[in-house]
Design a protein around this ligand. Structure first.
Ligand SMILES: Nc1ncnc2c1ncn2[C@@H]1O[C@H](COP(=O)(O)OP(=O)(O)O)[C@@H](O)[C@H]1O
Ligand SMILES: [Mg+2]
Length: 245
């Protein structure tokens, strides 16, 4: 999650998800962004029932999940997901729809459920935060991305107190151009402000990561020897071993 667009939320959901599967985990990806790019990234249709029907029409997650790869399910956004932001009835219960849908599903047997969030913190983002135990905030190497991060912190804190459960925060340096001084400055800032909460692995800017969605492939299928594949695999290890800087 990050309110700023273009920081690598979707790229991370797609490729960290597949990296975890490659290390032997069972993973489900939930696409909470109405743009529906998770399905596309895996070469699937978004033109189907998805989270829109779960949130708007109380359909079961198990009825809309799609097997994307071995040990990997995707729940597409569906075409109507954006309408959920406009729902006004239901009071505070509206924020708990996703959490309840997960609790009522067979997704408990998954090792990881990754939720790709929209670049906003409206009702869709609230549902994601109420459902999640941990939030990864990708921070790309520019100052606007840092601003997005500082806006996120009070929102996550508020979600934590409203939902009554602890939400662990992790930061991830994304789109790093290691030759640029600014990239290192931004990383040093987040390391200073969030000691122990920043993933050791930095995701480098890598053109193959930008290319692979148009082929419906993850980086591990499109260019398994690329820097992008190396970085997302390393990130999966960070997550499993809690390796932090
Ligand atoms: N590490 C990277 N290297 C190169 N391109 C990237 C990288 N991460 C993301 N991109 C590209 O940047 C754009 C925005 O990334 P995306 O994951 O969609 O961000 P968000 O979901 O936060 O809006 C996309 O075109 C994506 O392919
Ligand atoms: Mg996105």
């Amino acid at each position: 999650m990050n309110q700023k667009g273009g920081v690598g939320k979707t790229t991370t959901t797609i490729n960290l998800g597949h990296a975890l599967v490659i290390t032997g985990k069972k993973v489900t990806l939930l696409d909470m962004d109405p743009q529906g790019q998770i399905a596309t990234g895996y070469g699937l249709e978004n033109n189907v029932s998805g989270l829109d029907d779960v949130l708007l029409n109380d359909m079961a997650l198990d009825d809309v999940k799609v097997q994307a790869r071995d040990n990997l399910f995707v729940v597409p956004a569906g075409k109507q997901l954006g309408e959920f932001e406009l729902v006004t009835s239901g009071g505070s219960a509206r924020g708990h729809k996703l959490r309840q849908a997960i609790e009522a599903s067979s997704l408990h047997d998954q090792d990881f459920i990754l939720i790709d969030c929209p670049p906003s913190s409206g009702l869709l983002g609230v549902n994601a935060m109420f459902a999640a135990g941990e939030i990864v905030i990708p921070v790309s190497s520019d100052y606007l991305s840092l601003q997005g991060l500082s806006r996120m912190i009070p929102i996550v804190k508020r979600a934590e107190s409203l939902s009554g459960h602890e939400i662990k925060l992790w930061l991830l340096s994304t789109r790093m151009d290691l030759r640029r001084r600014l990239a290192h400055e931004v990383r040093n800032k987040i390391l200073n402000y969030f000691p122990g909460r920043v993933f050791k692995t930095m995701i480098r800017e890598n053109v193959a990561l930008a290319e692979c969605p148009s082929f419906g492939k993850t980086i591990f299928e499109y260019k398994p020897t690329s820097a992008g594949a190396e970085d997302y695999f390393s990130l999966a290890h960070d997550l499993l071993e809690r390796r932090m800087s």
